[in-house]
Design a protein around this ligand. Structure first.
Ligand code: NAP
Length: 301
């Protein structure tokens, strides 16, 4: 049985580890806040007290952490993955981090005798629960082939997109499209409400045409009802758009729509609302339209 060490059992990591267990892998999980590892134990996995314990006997180590510094700390720190994993271990970072960080991790991992892939995902919390994530993988083809059975336990679309770091570059483009689309869905809802049109049947009509999208299907209802229970924290999307705009600048390309979406997401975070779901972007559009959240939503969301 392939033994997997899984680090970071949050909104995404928790259900992904559960799906690895369901697929028959042995999973030893580590979470900084130990209580979050209890669900894994109940599902038949093991909870490790340290990163070292989680990775020591693993064939594959997966990290699912918020940001570049978190992954660097967990991978490169003194008590970290690279110090304790066995040579030949396949290290797969599935977090969304900067492409250059993924490239540096690959170099450091190779120097430590590990095989390294960047394999960020898209599909949200529901995709993680359903095991239908889209996985964009950067690294060596032989390592991608070795990882495929593991990745297929958490995702239904697994694509090798290029060398180390390429997975993260594709993920940045993915986040450009998701942020822009959420912004446009938010604007459409506010526009319809201002015309006195019930947005629910309107969304139903639009979803059947060219404007239809996964975001319209999955997020519009929560956005118009101001249910911002986090499935993807706005703070993380803000982080992703920082990665995107920096990478665009490095490549010498402009993203007129992307930078606008990034500014709106930055505004949401600057207002101290980064722990809400990224669908809360609609509150920024409401404010800009003079239809502030308090008026649109008595609950004050
Ligand atoms: P999350 O719910 O905040 O979970 C993050 C996990 O990382 C938590 O278990 C947290 O532990 C742990 N952690 C944070 N900082 C750490 C550190 N310095 N050292 C060790 N552990 C640390 O985030 P998430 O939504 O699962 O997202 C994880 C990654 O997936 C992010 O890169 C995100 O951009 C990406 N992603 C998210 C989604 C989504 O829809 N949510 C979709 C695609 C990709 P504690 O329990 O102690 O806080």
């Amino acid at each position: 049985m392939t033994a997997i060490g899984f680090i970071g059992l949050g909104i995404m990591g928790g259900p992904m580890a559960a799906n690895l267990l369901k697929a028959g892998f042995g999973v030893t999980g580590y979470n900084r806040t130990a209580a979050k590892a209890q669900a894994l134990t109940a599902q038949g996995g093991h909870a490790a007290a340290s990163i070292a314990e989680a990775v020591r006997n693993a064939d594959v180590v997966i990290t699912m952490l918020p940001d570049s510094p978190d992954v660097e700390q967990v991978a490169l720190g003194t008590g970290g993955v690279f110090a304790h994993a066995r040579p030949g271990t396949l290290f797969i970072d599935m977090s969304t981090v900067a492409p250059e960080v993924a490239q540096r991790l690959a170099e450091s991992g190779h120097a430590a005798g590990l095989r390294v892939l960047d394999a960020p995902v898209s599909g949200g919390k529901q995709g993680a629960i359903d095991g239908t994530l889209s996985v964009m993988v950067g690294g060596d083809a032989a390592d991608v082939a070795a990882a495929r059975p593991v990745l297929e336990a958490v995702g239904s679309t697994i694509v090798h997109v290029g060398p180390a770091g390429a997975g993260q570059t594709v993920k940045a483009a993915n986040q450009l499209i998701t942020a822009g689309t959420i912004g446009l869905v938010a604007e459409a809802i506010v526009f319809l409400q201002a015309h006195g049109i019930d947005p629910e049947p309107a969304v139903q009509a639009m979803a059947g045409g060219l404007a239809g999208s996964t975001i319209l299907n999955r997020k519009a209802a929560a956005m118009l009802h101001h249910d911002f229970t986090p499935t993807f924290r706005a703070a993380l999307h803000h982080k992703d758009l920082g990665i995107l705009t920096s990478a665009a600048r490095n490549a010498g390309v402009v993203l007129p729509l992307g930078t606008c979406a990034a500014s709106l997401m930055a505004a949401l975070n600057a207002q101290g609302r980064g722990e809400l779901d990224h669908g809360a972007l609609i509150t920024v559009i409401e404010q800009l339209s003079g239809r502030p959240a308090a008026a649109a939503d008595p609950a004050g969301n």
